[in-house]
Design a protein around this ligand. Structure first.
Ligand code: SF4
Length: 240
């Protein structure tokens, strides 16, 4: 608490001191901004983690494919029955599409998702001996698996920081916070990978997603209550 208080006072002093080399101060504040974002959000969400329920890489891969255009809460409601019926890639690869569709219907886009799950598991069976591969190169070659899904699986099931998960929350927050000017997920990920050290990438995406769900929401970001309000450039955020 004392540290936070001291930090706030320092920030206040900094903004109160006018006229002293503004260009330099801006440059130095900018270089420390990613570190500040990470530290403040880590303090705020010490338990930030992937909110999908899973017990292994297969279950996380399935849950992540289901999470497209759907909430984690909804996915967590359907996966227990799905995993009971299809406990591994071999079982999913042999599934009838209609049966999978019925179990995942409420997650939306259920026909495409059922097709992707069965096809990805067929790839896992044929190309990887029934084990979810632990590399970016192999994961993105599976049917229905793009870089975002691969990053979720690598970072959370295998503990490998190969990239940053860029979902709708991360796209929004990274732009508002001035961490990127891009709208393309691949380019945003590239900017975040440059700004943050590799060991922080998996946690960074959890922190941004947690903050995006709780404070920096799409429609009404609560800037007044945000721990980053003093330094955040709030790009594109309309003030009341
Ligand atoms: S200050 Fe506002 S725009 Fe910036 S991170 Fe916080 S809620 Fe989002």
């Amino acid at each position: 608490m004392a540290t936070k208080q001291a930090k706030k006072q320092t920030k206040k002093k900094r903004s109160d001191t006018k006229g002293a080399k503004p260009a330099r101060k801006k440059a130095s504040a900018r270089s420390g901004w990613p570190a500040e974002v990470f530290a403040e959000l880590q303090r705020l969400y010490p338990d930030a983690h992937c909110e999908l329920d899973y017990r292994n890489a297969y279950e996380l891969l399935v849950a992540t494919i289901l999470s497209a255009q759907c909430t984690d809460v909804r996915v967590n409601m359907v996966t227990p029955a799905l995993f009971r019926r299809y406990p591994d890639p071999a079982a999913m690869a042999a599934a009838r599409q209609e049966d999978v569709e019925e179990l995942i219907r409420s997650t939306g886009f259920f026909r495409n998702k059922a097709r992707a799950l069965i096809a990805a598991c067929n790839d896992i069976e044929k190309l990887h001996g029934g084990e979810v591969p632990a590399s970016m190169e192999a994961l993105v070659k599976l049917h229905g698996v793009a870089r975002k899904t691969a990053n979720v699986v690598l970072g959370n099931a295998f503990g490998r920081n190969e990239g940053v998960v860029v979902d709708t929350h991360v796209i929004r927050l990274a732009n508002r916070m001035g961490l990127t000017k891009e709208s393309n997920a691949i380019k945003i990920e590239r900017d975040l990978m440059r700004a943050f050290s590799p060991e922080s990438w998996t946690l960074l995406s959890h922190l941004l997603i947690w903050h995006g769900r709780r404070v920096c929401r799409a429609r009404k970001p609560d800037c007044a209550a945000c721990v980053l309000r003093d330094d955040c450039p709030k790009v594109g955020v309309l003030s009341d």
